[in-house]
Design a binder for this molecule. Structure first.
Ligand code: GRF
Length: 202
């Protein structure tokens, strides 16, 4: 499976995926390309340091669809079949989602459907939940709303700031995303409505 990863920032989930693939923990996956919409994204250098091609596709005042058309072209030119969003800070339009239908994954720092959108860790602390976590899900036309592949939970402590909670969740993100990618690359699942069901449950 040829994988492309979209980032906008530091790229720690991208490096977690790349390292898992390099260590043989994601059979069948090959990371073809990392693309950022921000030229200053730290993740670009981290990708190159791992020998992965890293490109920038900026929005540059174009419409979302024009930007995504270029993005699709760049990904298709590398035969990308599966797209992983890893801190990519733009909403994808139906144009992109339709092009890679059922082939786009995202990671979100909450137990969806709780706290979609921005600043999920702050939302969790302010809401007073006792448990939060991360979710890897397929991307559809809804905001953080597609079928859930994997979730990992963490406690929320009385002393937590949004940053402290974010760090605890991030540790789990780095385990959850490679696990989800491995499942999707194995093809050992089917999507039934909103449910992602493993075909061979142990
Ligand atoms: C992560 O918390 C991820 O869940 C969210 O954006 C953050 C990206 O961090 N979508 P990084 O760039 O992967 O380090």
């Amino acid at each position: 499976m040829n994988v492309g990863i979209l980032i906008s920032g530091r790229g720690s989930n991208m490096t977690a995926l790349a390292d898992a693939v390099a260590e043989g923990r994601v059979p069948g996956a090959r990371i073809r390309l990392v693309v950022s919409d921000k030229p200053q994204a730290a993740g670009l250098e981290a990708a190159r340091a791992r020998g992965i091609e890293a490109a920038v596709v900026e929005r540059r005042g174009r419409t979302r669809e024009e930007h995504e058309r270029e993005l699709i072209g760049v990904l298709r030119a590398r035969s990308v079949e599966l797209v992983c969003l890893a801190g990519y800070m733009r909403l994808l339009s139906p144009c992109f989602v339709g092009e890679f239908r059922g082939r786009v994954l995202n990671i979100h720092p909450s137990l969806l459907p709780a706290f979609p959108g921005l600043d999920a860790q702050r939302q969790a602390v302010e809401h007073g939940v006792r448990v939060s976590g991360c979710t890897v899900h397929f991307v559809d036309e809804t905001l953080d709303g597609g079928p859930i592949v994997i979730q990992r939970a963490v406690p929320v402590l009385d002393s937590d700031t949004p940053d402290a909670l974010a760090a605890r969740i991030l540790f789990e993100e780095h385990r959850a995303y490679p696990e989800a990618l491995a499942l999707v690359c194995s093809g050992d699942y089917r999507v039934e409505g909103r449910r992602v069901v493993r075909s061979s449950r142990q």
